[in-house]
Write a protein that binds this ligand. Sequence first.
Ligand code: SAM
Ligand code: SF4
Length: 442
Amino acid sequence: MTEQTHPRTYRVKSFGCQMNVYDGERMAELLAEKGITPAPEGEEADLVVLNTCHIREKAAEKVYSDIGRLVKAGRAAGKEPMIAVAGCVAQAEGEEIMARAPAVSMVVGPQAYHRLGDMIDKAVAGERATDTDMPKNAKFDVLPQRRKVGPSAFLTIQEGCDKFCTYCVVPYTRGAEISRPFSDLLREAETLVEAGAREITLLGQNVNAWTGTDDAGRAVGFDGLVKAIARLPELQRIRYTTSHPMDVTDGMIAMHGEVDKLMPYLHLPVQSGSDRVLKAMNRSHTAEGYLRLLERFRAVRPDIALSGDFIVGFPGETEAEFAETLALVDAVKYAAAFSFKYSPRPGTPAAAMDGQIAREVMEERLARLQDALNRDQLAFNQASVGKVCEVLVERRGKRPGQWLGKSPWLQSVFFESPAAIGDLVRVELVEAGPNSLAGRVL
Ligand code: SAM
Ligand code: SF4
């Protein structure tokens, strides 16, 4: 590590899931409290935080090459940045990063980043530090209040996972399932609305596993939390992600017919359409059970847009089992979806299973699955043409005079009438593409 002065500017680069985006925003707020400001566009920052993701392959290698690039760019500019590695690779690799990358000053896990300020002071004093402790909820008690957010803000309500799907690193990198206290969440939701949010997306690795107690000590489930947040008068929309089929309750399904502010969208990963593969994945649901759950959501909210996650090429997956996944996709007709090639994660049970699938086979299956998912996404968008809905304006589009917002079904909608960020405008959807729609303001 080269000699460091106190950083004046920072850049946080977040990779991976929305929970990392949330953590990245909270780290930025913390740095701002310390008087460190965002580096202007095109300028090297004094402090770079790499907020990493470990869910799929080459994540760690990518971090090392990012570090190499930062050092090189810093040398060319005459000053190497202070580098912090945060997120799930930091949690998983810890001291290994310190040993392999002398340019790194700090390694900080997802449960410890509230101590980033102290770590910066240590780095200035020439000390390198690793903090991968997992104190329960500690960071939320000390992070600064949220002062300025966009119209659509994230709120982490639950972290960690106890499900131990055999392919997944999350239970190891994010720790055991914990729920943030009800009163803290109401307070943070209120602060977000005061800071400009019109939509809040509740986040968790298994968001619907959230449980808590209200001020009177009564048990509150996930649906109770959603209803309480929906009572904030200036909040217009609520979303949540990611849900696990095992934690779906009657109340959670019913709330989609009861809470007007809850958007008609459900991201419920299934991973595979084959019961044998699901069992080997330790998913605790069958394909049939999953389809029945979706029917129940559709019964209370017929227009609900459905989304899911898929893994192709799990060890031992046969062509016939993959065909069951295609059949499930055909039955559901997803509005959107995320699909991945299976990636063996060090230390997970699936990485040591027999029957690892060749890369070319995975690639070919992924291409077929994505063809089907893309076809359904386009069909969903095309079926929306003619609908009248509200769009929450998030930013200007690329073309002059163009604005971009989200429909209730999380579709990107472009339109060309004057608007302001944060407006809810009524539009008729007039044209559909695979990834967005055009709207006409009414
Ligand atoms: N908790 C959520 C659930 O159970 O659906 C998902 C959280 S995980 C961060 C997001 C997605 O990454 C998973 O749904 C899965 O499809 C994918 N994923 C996780 N581990 C993977 C692996 N080893 N290889 C490929 N995809 C993986
Ligand atoms: Fe990973 Fe499974 Fe937990 Fe989701 S439920 S985070 S896929 S272990």
